[in-house]
Design a protein around this ligand. Structure first.
Ligand code: FCB
Length: 446
């Protein structure tokens, strides 16, 4: 059996705080948090978990959980304020110290270069819908790679480009909060191009020990009923959620049906000569973030096939059954199904689960801050079993990282939703492992 990594994951803006220290400039999330109504409770990442100042204590906490890997992200506006020009040594030094602290504790660092905190200046210049952002990303990636690649072997370019493109530029519930369908399609292509450019440049400077990849959030898209309309809606959802990323990355083409759908609404991926060769640069590991599977209907609540703008309806109807505090269905069987499908449709690509976890309404039971989160423990247990089931059936899965190390800033939900296996008291910044963390530690030992 190949070695299996056990880890915990976080991201920069969700935990670091210290948004104006050591030369960091604002990201699109700092800006978005100031928009009235954009984030629950008017919350922001100014302090978050204060990880920037408590990093050594947090690494000791990670070590106490018995994991061998820690997945974190690097904040672009810390390393290269404004998103262009020279490196900011004071900002990069934080990740240098973090890397050393992890290695000294026997924990393997797993770096994600982009987990949504785009420098605001690059958004002002057009953001991801602007082709130049892809080239800026590759330049930034090299600044980090040059500094850390002597100690960091695992490199992820992007976290969940679907969220950046779709939630950020089409739906508008994530930063930068734009609502422009065609801009989101351009963002998809430029995110993928940025991934490819960065991968090519890092690979040119890498040794055989380095491993590169991208993390996608994926689910399963089933038709709500067997009707033609629902099957069509599921096809569209699967295309927009999964195939428009994995087909260009692995096959060097956008899926024909999705290109036709986009043409029918008068838009297209802004592909230039050579782009797909760059995007399909081989990489070593696909990061899989899984939270739930979905069902889709091709009609609205009144039975109409087209929405107000005349576009086909693709309506997310959540499967029946238990839900998390996010309202997300709990569907571990679909996790197994997704992993086997990836193994079948995109062969030869090792998988690592880079995120999986759940928010529940935790209750602190004593003065130490302890939380008996049976629900989260069950979620983790069922989903780890689902991963191991897919592995037993032949999927090449190399690791599992729980989301998240600790409660943190959950984007548009602010601090109201807690995903941590460690409880954070935001008043005192005290960290207390929950029952799920103790279970995870004991499970890894076994
Ligand atoms: C994922 C994000 C991560 C976290 C979880 C709950 O989409 O990558 O930062 O918010 O969802």
């Amino acid at each position: 059996m190949k070695p299996f990594k056990w880890g915990v994951a976080t991201s920069s803006y969700q935990i670091e705080g210290a948004v104006a220290e050591d030369g960091r400039t604002p990201s699109i999330w700092d800006t978005f948090c100031q928009v009235p109504g954009a984030v629950a409770g008017g919350d922001n990442g100014d302090v978050a978990c204060d990880h920037y100042h408590r990093m050594p204590e947090d690494v000791a906490l990670i070590k106490s959980l018995g994991v061998d890997t820690y997945r974190f992200s690097v904040a672009w506006p810390r390393v290269q304020p404004g998103g262009t020009g020279p490196v900011n040594p004071a900002g990069l030094a934080f990740y240098d110290r973090l890397t050393d602290e992890l290695l000294a504790s026997g924990i393997d660092p797993w770096v994600t270069l982009y987990h949504w905190d785009l420098p605001q200046e690059l958004e002002d210049a057009g953001g991801w819908p602007n082709r130049d952002t892809a080239y800026r990303f590759a330049d930034y990636a090299m600044l980090v790679f040059d500094k850390l690649s002597d100690r960091v072997t695992n490199w992820t370019t992007l976290n969940e480009p679907w969220c950046s493109a779709w939630l950020g530029y089409h739906v508008g519930v994530h930063a930068p909060g734009r609502q422009d369908h065609d801009a989101s399609i351009a963002a998809v292509h430029h995110l993928l191009l940025g991934h490819g450019l960065a991968t090519q440049r890092m690979k040119a400077a890498a040794t055989p020990d380095h491993s590169f990849g991208i993390t996608l959030n994926m689910g399963t898209a089933d038709p709500a009923t067997d009707s033609e309309a629902d099957r069509e809606a599921a096809r569209r959802a699967d295309g927009m959620g999964l195939r428009i990323y994995l087909d260009p990355l692995r096959k060097g083409t956008y899926p024909r049906d999705m290109v036709d759908d986009l043409a029918a609404r008068g838009t297209a991926f802004p592909v230039q000569d050579g782009d797909l060769a760059i995007i399909s640069t081989p990489f070593e590991v696909l990061g899989v973030n899984f939270y739930f599977g979905q069902d889709f209907s091709g009609t609205d609540e009144h039975g109409a096939l087209l929405d107000a703008a005349g576009h086909p309806v693709v309506r997310d109807v959540k499967p029946a059954g238990p839900r998390t505090a996010m309202g997300w269905p709990i569907t571990p069987d679909r996790f197994t199904r997704l992993l086997l499908r990836l193994h079948r449709d995109y062969p030869g690509l090792p998988l690592v689960i880079t995120e999986n976890g759940a928010a529940f309404d935790d209750t602190v039971i004593d003065e130490t801050g302890f939380v008996t989160d049976d629900d989260r423990t069950a979620y983790l247990s069922e989903h780890i079993a689902a991963v191991l089931a897919a592995r037993d059936q032949g999927a090449d899965i190399r690791g599992y990282f729980a989301w998240s190390l600790m409660d943190n800033f959950e984007w548009a939900e602010g601090y109201a939703k807690r995903f941590g296996i460690v409880h954070v008291d935001y008043k005192t910044q005290k960290r207390t492992p929950k029952q799920s963390a103790l279970w995870f530690r004991d499970m890894i030992t076994r």
